[in-house]
Ligand binder design. Structure first.
Ligand code: ZN
Length: 56
């Protein structure tokens, strides 16, 4: 998976389980201005523990 972003490689990113397992496309992208954290979600509802904090 390629990420078309330009932050440093150690920027924290939250990706939901559906996108990680390629069961859904990325439909929601959020970029936190404060800490630079990216959130990539599929737009479906999630249990609180499915989103994973990863490093690109
Ligand atoms: Zn999802």
């Amino acid at each position: 998976m390629e990420f078309p972003f330009y932050d440093s490689p150690d920027t924290a990113t939250i990706i939901c389980c559906h996108i990680l397992e390629r069961q859904a496309p990325i439909l929601y992208v959020s970029h936190d201005e404060d800490d630079g954290m990216w959130k990539l979600l599929c737009g479906e509802t999630h249990e609180t523990d499915v989103a994973k904090l990863v490093h690109r």
